[in-house]
Design a protein around this ligand. Structure first.
Ligand SMILES: Cc1cc2nc3c(=O)[nH]c(=O)nc-3n(C[C@H](O)[C@H](O)[C@H](O)COP(=O)(O)O)c2cc1C
Length: 389
């Protein structure tokens, strides 16, 4: 029996290409996409199910070759960047097949050494949207210019960054097809601001969402959606972010609590158990990418937490993939790729478990469920309580 629903339909989300040679437009029935979660947590199973449920599924395209080699024993003979490329192609085609050619996005970090190659590869293999963050993707319009139907969106965390991106891309004859705003106070993983900005309370969601909407409207870009991320857990959060001027939301941490998260690499069981049991606030740790990272408080993240002023000891390590252009490689404080993969491999002591601030909030609904069930809750709210006869 279909449960009674309390809530009206959420509005749909339209994203259209602003490439001069494209008329492509995609309507997502639900204004919900998932945030890419590197390394390896948002794969084809998760992305396709989100699209099948009316939202927009986004693959992570970051440094896939290393976990493919270490966990799946695939592409073992390939050099790291070629392994990344082959793994990404495999995931794009798998996701497209699972959702019958429906919407598939890819999340990329500008800071990875092979950003340009991965962006080109994504577009060539038919992804609908590239979302690029961890640095401002100034060159993205040129990189994918041969693929008019691949839409592109920068991630920004401040109005200033939004202004810079819009101006830069318009000067190249291409408006962004969407702008993704990630709150530095809530998002999991790398933050687009420094610790002082976070502690100082700068760039709050209500302010940045509203000002970015106005910035776009003032340029005549009323059809470019603002997709807001960071701290969205349930339908009420979605409605609140939409009321501040967003046209859609990007959610990550809540999607970790689905059966499909990390499925390709074994299911990320420890990650999910830690989230279910976590009762401590998330912490900010130092990433070799040069940005603060928000993570669960675990033995590894505590070693590199910002609270440990003056007592950070570098961890000697190999540099298996030279993955980050902004990293000091063997001289970096630690190898982030290796520790993110340890999280995927269920290693409590050595894993780095990135997570949004909601995972430190007591009392939120936490349950592992299929993506389809979670999307149903997000779209329609909780089923009405059964009436007592
Ligand atoms: C485990 C994890 C990994 C993440 N990895 C990436 C990433 O590779 N690239 C990126 O742009 N954002 C990354 N993020 C940020 C999310 O895509 C998202 O924007 C943010 O977490 C939204 O906040 P929420 O987790 O409160 O929903 C990551 C977040 C988490 C929790």
């Amino acid at each position: 029996m279909v449960a009674d629903r309390r809530e009206p339909e959420l509005p749909s989300l339209t994203i259209r290409s602003h490439h001069p040679e494209s008329t492509k437009s995609i309507i997502l029935a639900a204004p919900i996409i998932n945030g890419g979660m590197g390394v390896g947590l948002t794969g084809p199973a998760l992305a396709a199910e989100i699209t099948n449920a009316g939202g927009g599924g986004v693959l992570t395209g970051v440094a896939l070759g290393y976990p493919f080699q270490r966990i799946l024993d695939k592409y073992l003979d390939e050099k790291p960047f070629e392994a990344n490329r082959l793994a990404l192609i495999e995931w794009i085609h798998d996701a497209k097949t699972r959702c019958d050619g429906g919407f598939v996005g890819v999340n990329l970090m500008v800071a990875v050494s092979d950003f340009k190659d991965l962006a080109y590869t994504s577009a060539k293999n038919g992804v609908d949207l590239i979302i690029a963050g961890a640095g401002l993707p100034m060159q993205l319009p040129e990189i994918v210019s041969k693929f008019p139907d691949t839409m592109i969106a920068p991630i920004i965390s401040s109005v200033k960054a939004a202004r810079v991106m819009v101006k830069k891309w318009l000067s190249k004859g291409r408006a962004p097809d969407a702008i993704v705003y990630e709150s530095i106070h809530h998002s999991g993983g790398h933050q687009g601001g420094d610790v002082e900005d976070i502690l100082g309370g700068l760039h709050q969601p209500e302010e940045v969402i509203g000002a970015t909407r106005k910035l776009l409207d003032d340029q005549g870009l009323t059809d470019v959606p603002v997709i807001a991320a960071g701290g969205v857990w349930d339908r009420d959060d979605i409605v609140r972010y939409l009321s501040w001027g967003a046209q859609g939301v990007q959610m990550a941490s809540r999607f970790l609590l689905t059966m499909e998260a990390g499925l390709e690499f074994g299911g990320a069981h420890l990650f999910k158990r830690l989230i279910l049991e976590n009762d401590s606030p998330t912490i900010l740790e130092r990433s070799p990418a040069g940005l603060p990272g928000r993570a669960l408080s675990t033995p590894f993240s505590r070693r590199f937490a910002f609270q440990n002023n003056g007592s950070i000891v570098n961890e000697p390590h190999d540099c298996p993939s030279a993955c980050l252009a902004t990293c000091a490689k063997k001289d970096a404080i630690y190898c982030i790729l290796a520790h993110l993969v340890e999280a995927l491999r269920d290693n409590y002591e050595e894993g780095l478990f990135f997570a949004g601030s909601n995972l430190g909030v007591p009392g939120l609904a936490r349950q592992v469920m299929p993506v389809s069930a979670l999307m149903d809750l997000l779209k329609h709210g909780e089923p009405a309580p059964a009436s007592v006869a």
